[in-house]
Design a protein around this ligand. Structure first.
Ligand code: 7PJ
Length: 270
């Protein structure tokens, strides 16, 4: 089932990576990941995002077979009891293809289909694709992020990737975009992007925002990852008010309340 982008969607994160920073690898095996999926569905998630590659700063590449082993059984298991929209968080064409066969509805690629074969698989799949901006690669992206003008450069990158996606046969209504909070950006650059979210929205594509528990919140609050809930909710509210259509979060119950209020207010907007 394609996500319903006429409303604000809560995308709940399911990590299958043993080194995921935000849950300490709690859900590293597939049984636990599937249990977590059930919980997020019960809590009211609109989309589940399943990833088998950690892209946290400093993370190293995961081999293809390992990424498939982590993600595909989880997708297959969820599909046995739910038709909730599922997104696969990957950059690898082979993982995208296997996930499409297992029944996902969306491809979420932090490398915006720049890896070999990814454009073709995404186009052939006919699935919704999220194109995200990242400067550098996860192992070194936070070392020294540099921009003359971060908003302009991220917009330029996304426009370029949109054009390449379109010319590869991905349809306009299957594209969504994401400035990529925390992916090769300083705190100030992340804040500039968040403050300028309406600029990205004006590009005319559905917008995804992922700020949940991220270190930019930790820096502002001086709090570790397990104490960033209220900061994450603030970031979700700001994103939604500025036009984000999909909010990627770890804490679904709490975000759902916050976004119910936002949605009610936005419906009154002139
Ligand atoms: C994002 C993501 C994000 C999209 C991650 C984390 C790191 N995909 N995957 N946007 N973040 N589209 O959850 O902190 O911001 S993994």
């Amino acid at each position: 089932m394609k996500p319903d982008l006429t409303k604000i969607n809560i995308m709940g994160v399911i990590n299958t990576t043993p080194d995921s920073f935000s849950d300490g690898g709690l859900y590293s095996n597939s049984t636990k990941a599937v249990e977590h999926a059930r919980k997020l569905i019960d809590e009211g998630a609109d989309i589940l995002d399943i990833g088998g590659e950690s892209t946290r700063p400093g993370a190293v590449d995961v081999p293809l077979n390992e990424e498939i082993r982590r993600t595909i059984p989880v997708i297959e298991s969820i599909r046995k009891f739910s038709d909730i929209p599922i997104s696969i968080d990957t950059s690898k064409a082979q993982v995208m293809r296997a996930a499409a066969e297992a029944g996902v509805d969306m491809i979420n690629d932090v490398r915006a289909l720049r890896e070999e074969g990814a454009l073709t698989v995404a186009a052939d799949s006919g699935l919704l694709v999220c194109l995200m901006h990242m400067q550098g690669a996860p192992d070194s992206m936070q070392d020294n992020p540099l921009y003359d003008n971060v908003v302009e450069q991220v917009s330029y990158f996304l426009t370029d990737r949109i054009n390449i996606a379109l010319s590869s046969g991905i349809t306009k209504n299957n594209i969504c975009i994401d400035p990529g909070f925390g992916f090769g950006k300083t705190l100030q650059q992340n804040l500039q992007l968040l403050a300028s979210l309406a600029t990205f929205k004006a590009m005319g594509y559905p917008l995804l925002a992922g700020l949940s528990r991220k270190s930019m919140l930790g820096l502002l609050l001086d709090k570790p990852v397990d104490q960033r809930l209220y900061g994450s909710l603030s970031a979700a509210v700001i994103s939604a008010m500025l036009g984000a259509d999909i909010i990627r979060v770890h804490d679904v119950t709490e975000t759902k309340d916050a976004l119910t209020i936002v949605q009610a207010v936005l419906q009154q907007s002139p």
